[in-house]
Design a protein around this ligand. Structure first.
Ligand code: NAD
Ligand code: UDP
Length: 324
């Protein structure tokens, strides 16, 4: 295990980034958390700011960054469809120019850099489950393209820096991940359903609810990212990280209803365009290369996430309408 390193986490105040910063600090590493707070706030990392190893910097990764660090985790990018479609041009810039800037920094410092890529590089997959060798089925001109193609281009850049400059790059393709500190209004299905259930509002299933996703709890995901960073230089990925247990969106809604004990009803709402029908990672490579597999199953992870959102609602958190 690497200790006493100074680790840069871009997007470090976000949902996944804040958990990663926390784990790095627990390992005794110095953390430089860089974020422009586009989809997050200091609140996510406020509990870490008293730690003398933690430094928080407001910065937009589409501008160059000159710092001295030993490793980079590049997470900066809005992740939920509502957020990344709000300013799609900025989303592509963040993925592509952000990757160029962070790769340039890694090249100057001759250090490892890990990219938080996504299962969205597979688009609406025709192959199920998705192995890393699958090239994907992506609409280049749709509403999700700014994110999907931005992330695909970032992967290209990572592998070109590897080939051209021998940079030790690491690419993980993250499948739907959930847990405490997801943004309550980001429109993602887990946060939406839990907040709706806790407030007694209708639970909005888009389409018929037969589309499926595989949900990974945040602690498992962070463990995989740390393991990936610690692999030898010749391990580049891309490598799928996710929980292969697949659920339909209707099954997820039913689990949330049961675990919260809500009286909310399920209602149907229009299916967004280009919404992938099915998604499940093939994690054979993660098992072999990282000796990793997810430990937290859906009901346990949902219970922890429900407790987090219940706390937010009780505090009357500004991002949430008052509880009924
Ligand atoms: P998030 O929106 O909570 O976090 C993203 C963070 O990046 C936020 O703090 C945001 O303010 C910051 N950011 C956005 N643009 C920036 C910019 N130009 N400069 C600096 N900071 C910027 O999302 P998340 O779920 O924590 O996702 C983190 C990363 O993991 C993203 O790159 C996302 O694409 C990837 N990912 C997440 C999931 C998931 O299910 N959560 C799945 C696949 C991939
Ligand atoms: N979804 C839903 N109701 C919601 C939010 C999302 O039925 O209130 C569906 C959405 O259409 C998609 C799935 O849940 O089929 C996962 O959506 P999310 O935005 O969380 O992630 P992604 O589509 O990027 O996997």
């Amino acid at each position: 295990m690497a200790i006493d390193k100074r680790v840069l986490v871009t997007g470090g105040a976000g949902f996944l980034g804040s958990h990663l910063c926390e784990r790095l600090l627990d390992r005794g590493q110095d953390v430089l958390c860089v974020d422009n707070f586009f989809t997050s706030s200091r609140r996510n990392v406020a509990h870490l700011l008293d730690n003398k190893r933690m430094e928080l910097m407001r910065h937009d990764v589409t501008f160059p960054l000159y710092v001295e660090v030993d490793e980079i985790y590049n997470l900066a990018c809005p992740a939920s469809p509502v957020h990344y479609q709000f300013d799609p041009v900025q989303t592509t810039k963040t993925s592509v120019i952000g990757a160029i800037n962070m790769l340039g920094l890694a090249k100057r410092l001759k250090i490892r850099i890990l990219q938080a890529s996504t299962s969205e590089v597979y688009g609406d997959p025709e192959l199920h489950p998705q192995p890393e060798s699958y090239w994907g089925h992506v609409n280049p001109v749709g509403l999700r393209s700014c994110y999907d193609e931005g992330k695909r281009c970032a992967e290209t850049l990572f592998f070109d820096y590897r080939r051209q400059h021998k940079l030790p790059v690491k690419v993980v393709r993250i499948f739907n991940t959930y847990g405490p500190r997801m943004h309550p209004n980001d429109g993602r299905v887990v946060s939406n359903f839990i907040v709706q259930a806790l407030r007694g509002d209708d639970i909005t299933i888009y389409g018929d609810g037969a589309q499926s996703r595989s949900f990974c709890y945040v602690d498992d995901l962070v463990e995989a990212m740390l393991r990936m960073m610690d692999t030898p230089d010749d391990v580049t990925g891309p490598i799928n990280i996710g929980n292969p247990n697949e659920f339909t969106i209707r099954e997820l809604a039913e689990a949330v209803i049961e675990l919260t004990g809500t009286k909310s009803r399920i209602i149907s709402a229009p299916l967004p365009s280009d919404d992938p029908r099915q998604r499940q990672p093939d994690i054979g490579k993660a098992r072999d290369v990282l000796g990793w597999e997810p430990l937290v199953q859906l009901r346990e992870g949902l219970t922890k996430t429900i407790a987090y959102f219940d706390g937010l609602l009780s505090e009357g958190h500004a991002g949430l309408p008052a509880r009924r």
